[in-house]
Design a protein around this ligand. Structure first.
Ligand code: HEM
Length: 184
């Protein structure tokens, strides 16, 4: 699959209303009324009070063949009509994380933290897309995006709670949790 450049812009009005912005670790982001997501080409920066984050979809780094097969059998895509809730969670990991070797990161992420195993429990209720931004010199390393139905909101809360208790999250030095509601 070709990488897609995705721009997330805080805007005065847009298809996703921003319901909540919470700084989980480190500095937060300014509150804004809505979020616009543009794929393919960078949009012009919106007014000064807003923020713009960019990321690129990419190949997987850590997932094994059997995990990939299990994920593709279980997961559903973005844009499902019933999935009117979303979470935008930008994350930056620490220099200690990036100083590790690839297999050390994989060991922390999966063998110790069970990120993929835990995440699989919430499929297909939660649809997701991971965007990389470290190599774009953005303020975050990743922008994560999740969509789910309103009746899955508690399950999603449980999922983020479980992940934040893992060894992997000890390497997270900035995380913001933005929650959104799709406009009818
Ligand atoms: C919905 C269930 C979830 C599943 C099935 C899932 C699965 C995955 C997989 C397979 C990867 C590895 C991609 C690769 O091999 O490069 C990954 C990476 C990642 N996920 Fe999740 N995930 C889930 C939920 C979450 C949540 C809720 C968050 C944030 C709170 C999150 C944050 C991340 C981040 C930041 C990465 C990149 C880690 C890195 O490369 O260092 N994931 N996820």
């Amino acid at each position: 699959m070709q990488p897609i450049l995705v721009t997330f812009a805080a805007v005065p009005d847009g298809p996703w209303r921003i319901a909540d912005v919470k700084a989980v670790t480190g500095d937060g982001l300014a509150r804004a009324p809505a979020l616009a997501i543009t794929e393919g080409c960078a949009i012009q920066d919106p007014p000064a009070s807003s923020w713009v984050l960019r990321g690129i979809t990419s190949n997987v780094r850590y997932t094994t063949r059997s995990e990939l097969d299990a994920l593709s059998a279980a997961q559903e895509g973005l844009g499902r009509p019933q999935a009117t809730r979303a979470a935008l969670i930008p994350i930056r990991k620490s220099p200690a994380w990036w100083a590790l070797a690839q297999e050390e990161r994989r060991a922390i992420m999966e063998e110790q933290s069970r990120h993929i195993k835990i995440g699989m429990e919430y499929l297909p209720a939660v649809a997701r897309r991971l965007h990389h931004c470290r190599d774009l010199l953005e303020p975050f390393d990743f922008i994560t995006w999740f969509e789910y139905a309103p009746d899955q909101a508690n399950a999603f809360e449980e999922l983020v709670g479980r992940l934040r208790e893992t060894e992997e999250w000890r390497y997270v030095e900035r995380e913001i949790d933005v929650r959104l509601v799709r406009r009818g």
